[in-house]
Design a protein around this ligand. Structure first.
Ligand SMILES: [Zn+2]
Length: 417
């Protein structure tokens, strides 16, 4: 995709308009750079990102609540650090590309045999019991190719949670999708690209260093710009800034679309509203620990920094760097009047091709606010980009060509609240 500047359409605000996208791109490039380590627990990546956002808040003139932008909280987090290697029959696999370590994997070092299971040779429950009683699966990895097995198959479900007590479990996948966990198991879990292991592959050598950080400190970064007419009425723009961090020494997950794009948009609004003072107070919330279970926003809702009853509306943006196929509004079905308003603005101005709606779901930080009865949308971009929770989610391939249109659409919507 390409960046388009319809300069003539915006002759009055051309300057700030072009400034917007260059600032957004700068934020995106910064947050996805190696210095930020994928914005996770290892090497203080998440903390560095929080510090950067607070510095931007300060530069832009966003005010903290009380004296600090930071709201600290603690959570356990499982980490895969240091040396990491996987080889199949002596052939080394590339971390992040050929394999990823399961979020709740345990540590392991050594060489082990492979036992293959797919639709054609699923063991019976009885066989599994017999074999595991004899410790058959000790020093073995089970390789699960679930492609043609119905996901509600009982044996598959049992194998997936390693009831047989194998030393390791390998899931063969077409697309590697990483996640985070706050607990771990006492065996190794790997997701491996399907073409890297065949039925004849017989051994695996692994080094997986894993540690559960039980009292990991994360933080939310929160500020506001006071409204000129209705300072006690609040509108929040939120985005999580954390991502999946590192997986061993070689790999980090840049998280450009998820959610460098959302932070870029949120900071763009901060820049905008310092130049154009809003009527209502605009609150900016960059949440931490979203990837490990929407934890930062959950902490905030239990420890709010302002009266939640004053919060008129919340817009959460997460994965907003596409949009060539329009936008999805989560909770748009429930909030039909607000959704219709957004549609009307879009129809009038032709900002994005289409706006779709779906029901509320616990898939990002908006969720807890809606549970509390606060009107909120979670908006994400629709497009053909496949990169998601993997090493391919990089800034240079993120379209961002609907970014300004999305910005203008939400600006009009917020200003009309
Ligand atoms: Zn994510």
């Amino acid at each position: 995709m390409k960046i388009l500047f319809f300069l003539s359409l915006y002759c009055i605000s051309t300057f700030s308009f072009t400034q917007d996208i260059s600032y957004a791109k700068k934020v995106l490039d910064t947050l996805t750079s190696p210095y930020f380590e994928g914005r996770g627990a290892i090497n203080d990546g998440e903390k560095k990102a929080a510090t950067y956002i607070a510095q931007e808040f300060e530069k832009l003139g966003v005010q903290p609540f009380k004296n600090s932008y930071f709201q600290y909280f603690k959570t356990p987090i499982n980490t895969i650090y240091g040396d990491l290697s996987v080889a199949i029959d002596g052939e080394k696999l590339q971390p992040g590309v050929d394999f990823i370590v399961g979020a709740n994997s345990g540590k392991l070092k050594g060489t082990f045999d492979l036992v293959h299971y797919n639709a054609a040779n699923l063991p019976s429950k009885k066989t599994m019991q017999k074999l595991s009683k004899r410790n058959f699966f000790l020093n073995k990895f089970i390789v699960i190719d679930g492609a043609t097995i119905p996901s509600d198959n009982e044996t598959l479900s049992l194998l997936k949670i390693n009831v047989v007590g194998a030393t390791g479990v390998i899931f063969l996948e077409d697309k590697l999708t990483q996640s985070l966990a706050t607990t771990y198991v006492d065996y190794a879990i790997l997701k491996v690209k399907r073409e890297k292991i065949n039925r004849k592959s017989h051994s695996i050598s692994v080094t997986i260093q894993q540690k559960l950080v039980s009292d990991y400190q994360s933080q939310n970064v929160i500020g506001h710009i006071k409204g000129t007419e209705f300072p006690d009425s609040l509108v929040a723009i939120t985005a999580h800034y954390d991502h999946l961090g590192r997986m061993g020494d070689e790999v980090y997950f840049p998280g450009a679309n998820d959610n460098g794009s959302g932070i870029a948009l949120m900071l763009n609004f901060a820049a905008h509203y310092t130049q154009h003072p809003p009527k209502k107070t605009i609150v900016f919330m960059a949440f931490g620990a979203e990837e490990s279970g929407i934890l930062g926003s959950n902490y905030f809702i239990q420890h709010p920094l302002f009266n939640l009853q004053q919060l008129n509306f919340l817009i959460n943006v997460d994965v907003i760097g596409t949009g060539e196929e329009g936008l999805m509004v989560v909770n748009g079905i429930e909030l039909s009047t607000a959704f219709d308003k957004l549609q009307t603005i879009n129809t009038k101005n032709q900002y994005v091709t289409t706006i779709k709606k779906r029901k509320n779901a616990p898939n990002s930080d908006h969720y807890w606010f809606i549970e509390k009865g606060i009107p909120a949308f979670f908006i994400y971009g629709l497009g053909s980009r496949k990169a998601y929770h993997d090493v391919e989610d990089i800034a240079s391939t993120l379209p961002m060509n609907e970014f300004n249109n999305i910005f203008l659409l939400l600006r009009d919507f917020i200003d009309g609240l």
